[in-house]
Design a protein around this ligand. Structure first.
Ligand code: DHB
Ligand code: FE
Length: 281
C-alpha cells in the first residue's frame, strides 16, 4: 500500500518559519525614535479597535489563545505574508517605473537549479497541470535589453502545493533560475499551477473559517528578476479569468500582472509572454 502523506499546517508552517529564520540575517537598524513612533502608533491602532468594538474579556482571551496558536503552528510567516505583506510591498515599490512588484510570500527558497536562457523546470513524471511556456525579455526602463539577468522562478503544483513545504514533493520541483541571453530573452517550460489554499488545519485557517472568509489565492507564478546595476524586483503573475483573481485572500493581484496565455504555437498546452522592466539601482 502506498502511504498517502497529506500536508499539514504545522509541517508547512514549521518549514516556512525555519526558512525565514535562516534568511532573516539582517535586522533593521535600531533607530529608537522611529521604533517608538511605529510601535506607539501600532498599539494605538489596536486600542482604537478595542474601543470601537467594545472588546470583552472573553474575546481578549480568545485573541491571546489564537496568537499563541499561530506561533505553535509556525504560521507567522504565512499569516503575515497573506494579511500584511501587500502593504509593505506597495510602500517599498511605490516609486518604481518598471514592472510592478507583488508579495514574496513564505515559500521562496534560495539556490534553485540553474538553467541557461531556456529550460524545463524540474518536474515529476506525469506532473499535473497544462504545459505552459512562459517567456519574455528583461529590459531596463530606458528600453535596453538586459543580457545576463537572473530570473528566479518558483510556483505551486497542480494541487496548489510547494516543494520543500508540502511532503512528498521532490526538493526542487517547479523551481529554477534562468539567465537571459544576449538579447535579454528567457523561456521557461513549466505547467499551469492550481490556486493555492491557506492550510485549513492551522491557526490562520481557523480564523478564516470562524470569520466566514474564503482561504484562496488565485493560481500564480512567483518571480524575482535581478541584473547588475538594477533594483531586484519580486513579483507574481496571475491568469486572466482564473478563480479568485478578483478576490485574492492575500490582496496581491495587480491588473498589470495578469497574463492571458494562448494555445502554444508548437507542442501541447499554452504559452504566454511577459517582459520584465527593471529600475536602475
Ligand atoms: C502565502 C502563500 C503563497 O503561495 C503566497 O504566494 C503568498 C502567501 C501564504 O500562505 O501565506
Ligand atoms: Fe505563492
Amino acid at each position: 500500500m502506498t502511504e498517502v502523506v497529506s500536508p499539514t499546517a504545522a509541517a508547512s508552517g514549521a518549514s516556512a518559519t525555519e526558512r525565514f529564520q535562516e534568511r532573516a540575517k539582517s535586522s533593521a537598524a535600531s533607530d529608537a525614535a522611529r521604533l517608538d513612533a511605529i510601535a506607539t502608533d501600532a498599539l494605538a491602532a489596536l486600542h482604537e479597535v478595542i474601543r470601537k468594538h467594545q472588546l470583552t474579556y472573553d474575546e481578549y482571551n480568545a485573541f491571546k489563545a489564537w496568537l499563541i496558536r499561530v506561533g505553535e503552528d509556525g504560521e507567522w510567516p504565512l499569516f503575515l505574508d497573506v494579511f500584511i505583506e501587500h502593504e509593505v510591498e506597495k510602500v517599498a515599490n511605490a516609486s518604481r517605473e518598471g514592472t510592478a512588484g507583488s508579495i514574496e510570500g513564505p515559500y521562496y527558497v534560495e539556490g534553485a537549479p540553474e538553467f541557461g536562457a531556456e529550460g524545463t523546470l524540474p518536474m515529476r513524471d506525469g506532473e499535473g497541470g497544462q504545459p505552459l511556456r512562459f517567456f519574455g525579455q528583461a529590459r531596463s526602463v530606458s528600453g535596453e535589453p538586459l543580457a545576463g539577468a537572473v530570473v528566479d522562478f518558483w510556483q505551486a503544483d497542480d494541487d496548489g502545493l510547494y516543494s520543500q513545504f508540502a511532503p512528498g514533493i521532490p526538493e526542487w520541483n517547479l523551481r529554477g533560475r534562468f539567465t537571459t541571453d544576449a538579447e535579454g530573452n528567457f523561456s521557461i517550460h513549466t505547467i499551469h499551477p492550481a490556486p493555492y489554499q491557506i492550510p485549513t488545519d492551522g491557526a490562520t485557517g481557523a480564523l478564516i473559517a470562524a470569520a466566514g472568509w474564503h482561504a484562496w489565492r488565485p493560481a500564480h507564478l512567483h518571480i524575482k528578476v535581478s541584473a547588475p546595476g538594477h533594483q531586484l524586483i519580486t513579483t507574481q503573475l496571475y491568469f486572466d479569468g482564473g478563480e479568485h483573481v478578483g478576490d485574492d485572500i492575500a490582496t496581491a493581484v495587480k491588473d498589470a500582472l495578469i497574463l492571458a496565455p494562448t494555445a502554444a504555437s508548437s507542442g501541447a498546452g499554452e504559452e504566454v509572454r511577459y517582459d520584465f522592466v527593471l529600475d536602475p539601482a
